[in-house]
Structures are given as C-alpha cells and as structure tokens.
Design a protein around this ligand. Structure first.
Ligand SMILES: Nc1ncnc2c1ncn2[C@@H]1O[C@H](COP(=O)(O)OP(=O)(O)O)[C@@H](O)[C@H]1O
Ligand SMILES: [Mg+2]
Length: 388
C-alpha cells in the first residue's frame, strides 16, 4: 500500500503544487488520479519514487517512509510509465525493455529472455525486439514503455498520462490491454490522467483532484458517476455520466427472459434455426414473413453498453443474448438492460433531481425507454455543461 500523509509541495518560487493531501492507494488495485492540468497529479506521482521530495508530510510505501529509502534502489522496485513512453532512442526495443534487469545485474541472456517474454505479454510481435523506438508507432512505443516498467516485476506501477499522446482507437486498445494485464498481475497501480473517461474505465478507485491536489471526491467509478460529491465534480464528469455506467457494468447483470418463455414481443417474433441461432425478427402484425435482422450480445464478456446497443438496433427493442456458439440463451428488452444499471437493493442514490430534458441524450430515444427505478442514475446535474 502507498500512503500519503499530510503531503505538501511548495516550490522555492512560492508555487504551491500540493497542499495537505491524505490518500491511501490500496495494494493490487488501480487508483486513478484525475483532474485538470496543473492540479498536482504529476507532483504526487513523482513523490512516490522520490523524483519530487515533499516539503511537508510523508509518503509511505508498505509502512516505510520513502525518504528513508535510497532513491535508485527505490525506483528499481517501482515501474514508471510516462507519456510518449520515454524510451532510449539509441537502444533496440529489447534492450529498452531490459533496462532495469541490466541495472539489477542480471546476465544479458536472462535479461533478454525476460524482455522477450514481456514483449509478448504486452501484445507485440517478436520481430519488434530488434527495432529502434523511432521505427514503431506511438501505440507500439507505449506498449514497450509498459513492458519496460514491468521488466523486473515491480509490485508498484506509476503511470503518468501514459496513453494521452495516442489516437482514441489505439488508446482504447491500450486501456483494454492494461486491464487484461492487471487481471493477471495485480500490481499496485497509481495512474494519472486528465481524462475522466479513462479514469472511470481503468480505476478501481478514482480520486478527483482540484488545484493544489485537493481531493474533490474519492470513489469507485459507479459511485462517482451516480453520486458526484458536488456540482463541480458533476460538471467534470459531463452530461452523459449516467450512461457511462453502461460501459462499466457487465452485461451478465441483465435479467434474461429465457428463450423457452416465448419469443414474442408485441407484434414481433424472434425466429431461431434448429440450433437456436437467431435468424431474425418477423413482424407478425404485418402478416408477412419478411425477416428483420436481430442483434445480439454476449452476457459473459460484453458490457451493458453492448446489450443496450443490441436492443436499440433490434426492431422489437429486444437484444438476443448469445452463447459462445452464437446460440440464443435468452432475450433482454431495453428496459431490462437499463434496470441492470441500478444494482439490486437500490445502490447509491443521488440527491439530485433528474432533469427530464437531459434524457434527450438517451440513445434509445427517451420516449420509448423505461428507466426502471434508475431515473436518478440517468439524470445529470443542473448546470453541467459537459466540459471538464
Ligand atoms: N519546479 C517547479 N517550480 C514551480 N512550480 C512548479 C514546478 N513543478 C510544477 N510546478 C507547479 O505545480 C503545479 C502542479 O504541477 P503538476 O504536478 O505538474 O500538475 P499536473 O500534473 O496535474 O498537470 C502547477 O501549478 C505547476 O506549474
Ligand atoms: Mg502532469
């Protein structure tokens, strides 16, 4: 665990970067620091590996004040990833990744074998090993940066806007990759970003910061989105914060109507082949046999967003839940998907009253979509302007 205790940083020119911060970063989880430029994120991150020394308070790593640890040694036990990867331009990829093992005195063969293993772990082809950083795309360079940080298997990973310089598609891929890695490696990750979308996607806990590193809110992503601490946090989260929960929750939370309970929804009927694979929707009220395409999702691997998307695309307003072989295992209406946004037992309830006008942003069309008892989830704060 990393613990910040009354941590402050006042620069010699009088600038107060951080003031009186208390924070616990739990072991084996991803904690994201998010906030506007200049609020002190980088300062806080660099205090952990002593690239910045606090002027008040202390930073503890597993109950030891990092000030008592020798900086070089401390840093070898902490992976550090920055924007644009910060790779050594004159070193091949393999040797960039092996930087810390070399520093630790591993023999060359062992260090390179470890580096090759990591190359594969972060999803890069083996032939990447002998390239130089300038021969790689931005996204590939970031993967090398992550591999380098993981080389000596440090328990702690510090990541300072590591994916900010790549385009949105590559960025989404890198985020997914980080989550996959984390599910295997369980590092203690302190991740800095100015992008709230990235924060709620990656964080087990999200720390929203204001200027001088003051904590505006510390919460898990779902609580943050549904119960922002104040109007400032709500504005930072943006207008569609209620819907963002769709991308956070697993689709298996949706209560399915079993296929055996019938396949009729209003005038629409879902047609299945002998293997129970969907063929399409038939409009029984129209008296024709014309098929409209059905849309499906995988409850075991998709999020609520995919389930809602499938329900919206279907003419009957119903998504078909599929198993790995594409067989229908149940159906889910738009209402059922949205009901899963609010956990059973109510979950966190916002004190804010929903503004009906904001439901216009609902992709399914506000007039046709029931919000179950999730109205408080879909409403957004008054005065939120969608900006950060
Ligand atoms: N060496 C320095 N001297 C004076 N002010 C600094 C120095 N480094 C950072 N700052 C100031 O400290 C504040 C926090 O900076 P930083 O931690 O880099 O913010 P962030 O990473 O959130 O953008 C900013 O106002 C910045 O200008
Ligand atoms: Mg910064």
């Amino acid at each position: 665990m990393i613990r910040f205790e009354g941590v402050g940083k006042r620069h010699p020119d009088g600038t107060v970067a951080v003031e009186g911060l208390d924070l616990e970063v739990p072991t084996g989880r991803i904690t994201v620091l998010v906030g506007p430029s200049g609020c002190g994120k980088t300062t806080l991150l660099r205090m952990v590996n002593r690239m910045v020394e606090p002027t008040s308070g202390r930073v503890l790593l597993d109950d030891t004040d990092v000030a008592e640890l020798e900086p070089a040694k401390l840093r070898r036990g902490i992976g550090y990833v920055i924007q644009q990867a910060g790779l050594f331009p004159h070193r091949k990829v393999i040797d960039n990744i092996a930087t810390v093992p070399y520093l630790l005195g591993w023999d060359r063969k062992k260090a390179r074998a470890r580096a090759a293993e990591l190359l594969e772990l972060v999803g890069l082809a083996p032939e990447t090993a002998k390239r130089y950083p300038f021969q790689l795309s931005g996204g590939q360079q970031q993967r090398v940066g992550v591999a380098r940080a993981l080389a000596a298997d440090p328990p702690v990973l510090l990541m300072d806007e590591p994916f900010s310089a790549v385009d949105p598609v590559v960025r989404a891929g890198l985020q997914e990759e980080l989550l996959r890695l984390q599910s295997e490696l369980h590092k203690t990750v302190l991740f800095v970003t100015h992008d709230i979308e990235e924060a709620v996607r990656l964080g087990d806990q999200v720390v929203v910061l204001r200027e001088h590193g003051r904590i505006a809110q510390l919460a898990d992503p779902h609580t943050l989105l549904t119960s922002p601490a104040d109007d400032g946090v709500a504005a930072f989260l943006g207008r569609d914060r209620g819907l963002r929960g769709l991308g956070l929750r697993p689709a298996k939370a949706v209560e399915l109507r079993p296929v055996d309970d019938g396949l009729r929804y209003g005038g629409w009927e879902l047609a299945l082949d002998d293997e129970r694979r969907p063929i399409g929707w038939i409009d029984r009220s129209a008296g024709t046999a014309e098929l409209q395409p059905s849309a499906g999702y995988r409850p075991d691997s998709d999020t609520l967003r995919a389930a809602l998307d499938a329900a919206v695309l279907s003419p009957a307003g119903v998504a078909v839940a599929l198993d790995a072989d594409g067989r229908a295992i149940g159906t889910a209406s738009r209402e059922a998907v949205l009901a899963a946004l609010t956990p059973a037992g109510g979950g966190p309830v916002s004190v804010r009253k929903p503004d009906p006008a904001d439901a216009m942003g609902t992709p399914a069309g506000a007039d046709t979509v029931g919000t179950a008892d999730g109205a408080d989830v879909v409403g957004t704060a008054d005065g939120a302007d969608g900006g950060r």
